[in-house]
Write a protein that binds this ligand. Structure first.
Ligand SMILES: Cc1cc2nc3c(=O)[nH]c(=O)nc-3n(C[C@H](O)[C@H](O)[C@H](O)COP(=O)(O)OP(=O)(O)OC[C@H]3O[C@@H](n4cnc5c(N)ncnc54)[C@H](O)[C@@H]3O)c2cc1C
Length: 365
């Protein structure tokens, strides 16, 4: 492999005040054992299409899953004259599915407890990578989902969707990107080996990937605006049970994009909450790279986002400023900007050392 040495890139400013409103964020990844759910079933005369359980890769897989939802519904329409569809959920899965369903000429209505701005999707860091998700599914389907997702995001660069192509520097191989390089050679630019990462206080070799950064606070409102312009309404509604949905939603076709909510609504015991904290530092436009090591640093246009914690089997969204501070110190230490911090036991890189931390993934992937 070609090895090259680069000159240093700017060092981030790690000044962080967890007391600033919005500086600490907590989200729960809807991780599903085996694979995310993307299939249909008939329930009491309704046609339900499920699209949930995408763990730490929901943004990344969204467009490909939405295309699959469209295919499933298109097939159903060949034998049923429906003209309307209900989408449950206004996160990235619900909004992208609704966008594709409009292309079938259907009238689309979204029902959701949380508006897009309050969803887990809005909180996501935004790197395009297939990480913290299981994908034990038909390989052809998986390839199609990944390819459609990546190319759709890539094609939207510069069109107001908050998508940028960015280098990601990792001290160790990034599984969530290596998986894509192996599965779909040529889709992403090749990985480069570096004699050292091009940052202050970095002396070890590392890896350079080219991937996409999707900014949820730009992407989601854009999807919402486009949908509303095309006549889609988002009705605020919380469902307690499946029966509740069937009673309140009159449509024959229902697309279920309720993320973690599906655990209770569909009694899906495979869904596991993987909580993550994010520290939101002030924006630093000079930083044009991602960095992943014992956590990650994603410089977006609104904030420099530092995250990467995976608290397995945790579903509460309580804020934890102390954890956010720890995350910042962890990355700052790597740049020589803070004293070294011992790595928490359940801490992962995103996605650099996931295998080391999540025992369930070490066997199969
Ligand atoms: C800290 C963190 C960082 C992440 N970073 C990345 C990243 O860099 N890249 C990436 O690709 N992914 C990332 N993710 C993962 C990504 O955020 C999720 O996979 C994605 O948001 C899942 O989307 P969703 O639409 O299924 O769920 P959500 O965004 O949770 O949306 C679910 C919707 O369903 C509604 N709903 C749920 N239950 C009910 C109910 N009972 N009644 C009515 N409505 C209901 C909700 O109100 C909401 O509108 C990250 C996640 C976290 C937590």
């Amino acid at each position: 492999m070609h090895v090259r040495e680069l000159t240093n890139l700017p060092t981030p400013d790690f000044t962080f005040d967890p007391g600033v409103p919005g500086a600490c964020v907590t989200g729960v990844r809807p991780y599903r054992e085996g694979t995310f759910r993307l299939n249909s079933e008939r329930v009491s005369g309704r046609f339900i299409v499920h699209n949930y359980g995408h763990g730490g890769a929901g943004i990344s897989l969204s467009w490909g899953c939405a295309a699959k939802v469209k295919d499933i519904v298109r097939q159903f329409l060949t034998s049923s004259p429906e003209t309307e569809v209900a989408v449950l959920g206004a996160g990235v899965m619900g909004l992208t599915a609704a966008t594709r369903l409009l292309e079938l000429g259907l009238k689309v209505k979204i029902f959701a407890a949380r508006k897009p701005v309050d969803t887990t999707s809005f909180k996501a860091g935004g790197q395009w990578a297939v990480s913290v998700v299981e994908t034990a599914m038909n390989q052809q389907d998986l390839k199609a989902i990944i390819k459609t997702s990546y190319t759709t995001f890539k094609d939207s660069i510069g069109k107001g969707f908050g998508v940028h192509e960015r280098p990601n520097y990792c001290p160790k191989p990034a599984e969530g990107l290596d998986m894509v390089l192996d599965l779909l050679p040529g889709l992403l630019p090749a990985r480069e080996r570096l004699t050292r990462l091009p940052f202050q206080n970095h002396t070890q070799p590392g890896f350079l990937y080219q991937t996409l950064l999707v900014e949820p606070p730009v992407f989601l409102p854009r999807l919402q605006r486009d949908l509303e312009t095309r006549g889609v309404t988002i009705v605020t509604k919380t469902f307690a049970t499946k029966a509740d949905i069937l009673a309140a939603v009159p449509n024959k076709i229902i697309v279920n994009c309720t993320g973690m909510g599906a655990k209770k609504l569909w009694n899906d015991t495979k869904l596991v909450g993987v909580r993550g904290y994010l520290a939101m530092l002030p924006a630093q436009p000079a930083l044009q790279y991602l960095y992943s090591r014992n956590g990650y640093l994603f410089p977006r246009s609104d904030h420099v986002v530092i995250g990467g914690t995976p608290d397995w089997n945790k579903e509460d969204e309580d804020l934890n400023p102390a954890e956010c501070k720890k995350l910042v110190r962890l990355i700052a230490a790597a740049f020589g900007q803070a004293a070294p911090v011992p790595m928490p036991v359940n801490h992962i890189d995103h996605p650099c050392n996931r295998r080391l931390v999540d025992p369930r993934l070490s066997v199969s992937d």
